[in-house]
Design a protein around this ligand. Structure first.
Ligand code: NAG
Ligand code: NAG
Length: 276
């Protein structure tokens, strides 16, 4: 039930309302490794993003992604996912290439990504994938899917984009149980998920490393902009820091980078983060 509540503001709805003729394809990204997406027959109902050419020796940490509206569309967020992949990440999104937002996924689909990548990563055709470094995240309804993997020991960090639990009791049990580093990217007070995301942050254990930023672009943030704009930058810096140990990227959150980009942020215990 709750997975459908954010549906009216699904990415595709916003795209058509804004009369964007054809926002796709937007893959490639502005990182050092131009990215692309593809499907693997052994992982149906998903779309994979990675650098087109993976330099010898480069290991790709993993991002698992649940879409806004929990849409079964692996290319709906391609501007963002292609951007992340271009910085040297292996991204698995819920839904097939050119899927549909009229079909919803559940967190079983993002869980399937985790099982598949830990089975197939690090060897054979996926030797470049580093399965010791995995983040889970999602936008809106997809953020709630990501929460469902919070306790899995294979997940190192969680990213919640424009999302939060609907019920105060769920906020207490879900956010209240999170001990791994968690980053919230909200859209300001006009974001339908603003109050829920803020409450989740406030319900985190006092010792959990966490950052919450608001960029005042509303619920869909800048996801449909080329390379996903500001949210593309912030999401990428989060992963560069936590999964690649990039100290310059860390300063986006611990220094002035996010603020310069227009984020208003709060944080706790960031100094206790030891990147993988
Ligand atoms: C997906 O849609 C894009 C844009 O319309 C198109 O260029 C591409 O060929 C499609 N891919 C598949 C696998 O259907
Ligand atoms: C670290 O992150 C910064 C900011 O994205 C980037 O400019 C730099 O190339 C990264 N360094 C490495 C070694 O990846």
């Amino acid at each position: 039930m709750k997975y459908n509540i954010l549906k009216p503001v699904a990415l595709a709805t916003i795209v058509s309302a804004a009369a964007v003729p054809n926002p796709a394809p937007q893959t490639g990204g502005d990182g050092p490794y131009t990215s692309y997406y593809f499907a693997d027959a052994t992982l149906t109902d998903h779309t994979i993003y990675q650098p087109k050419t993976v330099p010898t020796g480069l290991k790709l940490p993993v991002l698992l992604w649940g879409n806004g509206a929990c849409a079964d569309d692996g290319t709906g967020f391609q501007a963002f996912l292609g951007e992340v992949a271009s910085y040297g990440f292996f991204v698995i999104a819920d839904g097939p290439i050119n899927g549909t937002e009229s079909k919803s996924t559940t967190s079983a689909v993002i869980k399937a990504s985790l099982e598949w990548v830990t089975t197939n990563g690090g060897k054979g055709a996926y030797a470049q994938v580093d399965t010791t470094k995995i983040a889970v995240s999602g936008q809106s309804c997809g953020g709630l899917e990501a929460y469902d993997l919070r306790a899995d020991p294979r997940i190192f960090t969680i990213g919640i984009f424009n999302s939060g639990e609907f019920a105060a009791t769920d906020s207490k049990t879900v956010a209240g149980s999170i001990t791994k580093p968690i980053f919230y990217f909200l859209g300001g007070s006009s974001d339908i998920a603003y109050a829920n995301g803020e409450r989740d942050y406030s319900d985190l254990p006092a010792t959990t490393p966490a950052w919450l930023g608001n960029y005042p672009a509303g619920h869909i943030s800048t996801f449909i902009n080329p390379n996903a704009g500001v949210v593309g930058t912030a999401g990428t810096r989060w992963l560069q820091w936590l999964l690649q140990g990039n100290t310059t990227a860390a300063e986006y959150f611990t220094g002035t980078g996010a603020k310069k980009d227009g984020w208003t942020a709060v944080s706790q215990n960031l100094a206790s983060i030891t990147p993988l």
